[in-house]
Each structure stands twice: as C-alpha cells, then as structure tokens.
Design a protein around this ligand. Structure first.
Ligand code: HEM
Length: 410
C-alpha cells in the first residue's frame, strides 16, 4: 500500500478502532518492545498500525485464534510485512513456512521425518558430549560472554553437525539467519534490513553450496531430506530449499532461546539457585524462559477473505501482525506475567507458535537446551553478571549479542 492509501484507509476506519502511531520496527522499539506490547494489549483486542497500514494482535486469545485458523489467515502471502498476494515477492517465499495446506503438508513431511525422535536419538549422545566440552571450556574461562561462548558456540557446533554440514565457515549461518529474519520486517527504508543484507550475495552463494547434496555428509538431517527427492516426493531443488529452511529456522532461534535463558538467570540468581538444586527442572525452566523472552517476537498472517476478528472488520488481503511475545505476557492468560519463575507451568505458551505451522524443530531446541542448560545446572553454583548485556536490534528475533557473566563452579 502507498503512504497515501494507508492514510486514507486509516482515516476511514471506525472511531472505536485503536490506531497506533509508533513504528514497531523502530530500533528503540525493537530493543525495548514490552511497553509497546502492553500499550497495544490494553488498547484493544485488534489494533491498527498506522505507519504500515496493517493490523496487530497482541492478546493471547486473538493470537491463538489467528494462528489456528490457517484458512482465513494464510501464510502463503508471506509471514513478513511484505504482501506476496498484492505485490511481487521481493524474495522467494519459504516452501514450508510460507505455504498453506496441502502444499504446506507436503513440504513439512520431509522436515518432520528428518528430525523425528528416532533420527534425533542418533545424535543425542553427541549433543550431550559437546555440552560437556563447552561447559568445561566456559568453567575454565570463569568470566565468559554467555552469548558468544555458550548460546552461539554450542548450537553452531551441534546443529549443523547433525544436519551434516562441513565444519568451515559456520559463522555464515548467523549472517544467513540474520538476513532471513530481518526480512520479516519492512524491506524498504529499513536500516536494520539494509545492514543485514549488505553481504547477501556472498552469504547466499555460501549457503547454496554448503546445502547441496554433494556437500552434506551421510546420516545427517540434510541427507535424509534429499532421500525424499530420491523417492520422487520432492524435486532436487525443493530438497535443497528445505535443507536451507532447516538451517535458517534452526540456528538463530536456539541461539536466542539459550541466550535469553542465560540472560534471565543472570538477572534472577534465586531462579538459578533453584535450578542448580534441582536440575530436573531444566526443560521447565527453558520453556519459562522462552515464554518470557520469546525468541520469535512476531510474524504475520494475511486475511484470505473479508472477515471479523473480535468484532473488528478485517478486509481480504489485510496483513495481521501476530505477537507471540506479547501473548506470552498477556495478564489475561498468565499470572504475574513479567516474572521469571521456573516452577511456573508455562505450557500453552506460544513461543513455538500453534496450529499447522507450530515449530517442527522444537524437539531439537529442547534437546540442545536440556543438554547445555542441564550440564550448566549441575556444575555451576551461581551466574553473576559482569556487565550490561547488549541486545541486537532485529526485525523478528529477540537476541543478545553479548551477555557478560561469571560462572561460579559448584
Ligand atoms: C527455541 C527455539 C525455537 C523457537 C522459539 C522457534 C519458533 C518457531 C515459531 C514461532 C514457528 C512458527 C512460525 C509461524 O507461526 O508461522 C516455527 C516454525 C518453524 N521452525 Fe522453529 N523455533 C525454534 C527452533 C527451531 C529449530 C531448532 C528448527 C530446526 C531444527 C526449527 C525449524 C522450524 C521450521 C522448519 C518451522 C516452519 C514450520 C511450518 O511452517 O510448518 N525451529 N518456529
């Protein structure tokens, strides 16, 4: 929509519809989003974002409703701000994340098979072994950057290993993820997106080469996707796209999830003491961490027809921004929503989404978190902050570039 069309639409909306004047993709908002989430939640069940001419849902009920109704709120018009239905796509849509059933079902099947419990079990031992290696190293250092030394280093080792990627140049995966997730925001006049895509050509070349069949080692998640091409269930190109999807979706998210958990523990020593006392709470604690500091903050859906949501009229092909992170702090759903409490039952959180697109890789995230945070829980008595954490301004993911901390061994 042009600026003039957005203005006209905004002026024509009924008086009782709350209109927001802030820019959700402003760097300051990205770095401190929670007051804005609260403002939107309290303004209404569905609000209008004037800057972009789109809707936003921030309350738990509405976010769930939209995500669970894939026929009315489609993903195939893009899960970012860009509307692939009304404009020429500025990037290729994801084969799985940006498809609706039945195309989505067909693409999701090889991914689910590649990272099934059975497939994961073959890598579990290595995930556990590497967790010990990284925790040994961190304890030797004593003062660490929780982001660089654990939250980035560990997933960047174990996950691409399990996919079957060669060991060289893996930092490129972080650049790749940063491009993919920043592309969720507006791609025009957005400095964060422009910065992330500076080296897009080189990054794309690297990722294409490293995800090709001949570059992958046998026995990994990646090769198992190519086996679907061997059986004629995917084309060779589709298999490559799905391997790349796995890597774009599976690195930054776990880097963020583990980092956000470490950040929360560094700020809440009583919660670490509880986990150290009872490491069997590790999974519970991770779920609570990603409820409170949700790695994926918001994705979009697009209305496929004129419809109504909580009494608000939505037009066909309107964009709807769905805030997982805000739903996860909605006081209508959670008691003391801003409190980090690892004994809370965080089940029902939307950090992994819900409905047909619910994160297919969540088991991998759990295995990584269990291994690394579990090892830390057993061997670290306390986590002390040694400096201010540095948050990255990112259009979709909440991630720290630096979390300075000291680990006190048990
Ligand atoms: C803490 C870590 C993770 C978080 C918070 C997370 C979050 C999400 C969310 C919110 C969605 C739903 C998107 C939507 O509603 O449109 C999703 C989908 C997806 N995730 Fe994850 N994810 C994580 C880890 C992973 C990992 C490790 C992998 C790969 C092994 C992965 C692969 C995928 C894929 C392929 C999809 C698309 C599924 C579909 O469209 O059917 N994710 N994830």
């Amino acid at each position: 929509m042009s600026d003039a069309a957005i203005l006209e639409r905004s002026q024509a909306l009924p008086q009782n519809i709350p209109q927001m004047d802030f820019d959700p993709y402003d760097v300051e908002v990205l770095k401190n989003p929670y007051p804005y989430h609260e403002m939107m939640r309290e303004a209404g069940s569905v609000v209008w974002i004037r800057k972009y001419g789109c809707w936003a849902v921030t309350r738990y009920e509405e976010v769930r409703t939209v995500l669970n109704d894939y026929q009315t709120y489609v993903s195939s018009a893009g899960v970012g701000y860009a509307n692939f239905r009304t404009e020429e796509p500025f990037r290729p849509p994801s084969l799985v994340l940006e498809a609706d059933p039945p195309a989505h079902t067909r693409a999701r099947k090889p991914l689910a098979a590649a990272i099934s419990n059975k497939a994961l079990a073959q890598h579990q031992e290595e995930f556990t072994k590497q967790a010990k290696v990284y925790v040994d190293r961190a304890l030797e250092m004593g003062e660490i950057d929780g982001s660089r030394d654990l939250a980035v280093a560990y997933p960047l080792k174990v996950f691409p290993d399990a996919v079957g990627l060669a060991p060289d140049g893996r930092e490129t995966l972080l650049d790749y993820g940063n491009i993919v997730f920043n592309a969720i925001g507006p791609h025009k006049d957005n400095a964060v997106f422009a910065d992330a895509t500076k080296n897009a050509a080189a990054v794309t070349e690297w990722i294409m080469a490293h995800c090709a069949r001949e570059a992958l080692s046998p026995g990994g998640f990646g090769m198992s996707i190519y086996e679907f091409a061997d059986r004629g269930e995917l084309t060779e190109d589709e298999a490559g796209m799905l391997v790349r999807s796995l890597l774009s979706a599976g690195v930054d998210t776990t880097v963020s999830g583990i980092g956000n958990a470490l950040y929360l523990f560094s700020k809440n020593p009583d919660q670490w003491a509880k986990l150290h006392e009872d490491p069997s709470l590790t999974r519970h604690a991770f779920e609570e961490a990603i409820r409170l500091e949700s790695p994926v903050q918001a994705f979009f859906r697009t209305a496929s027809k004129d419809t109504e949501l909580s009494g608000v009229k939505i037009n066909a092909w309107d964009k709807v921004m769905c805030y997982y992170a805000s739903a996860n702090r909605d006081p209508r759903r959670w008691e003391n929503p801003d409190k980090f409490d690892i004994t809370r039952n965080a089940q029902g959180h939307l950090a992994f989404g819900t409905g047909v697109h619910r994160c297919v890789g969540r088991v991998v995230a759990w295995v990584e978190a269990d291994a690394l945070l579990g090892e830390l829980a057993r061997r670290v008595k306390a986590i002390e902050p040694t400096g201010e954490p540095v948050l990255r301004a990112q259009n979709a993911i909440r991630v720290f570039d630096s979390i300075p901390m000291r680990l006190i061994p048990a």
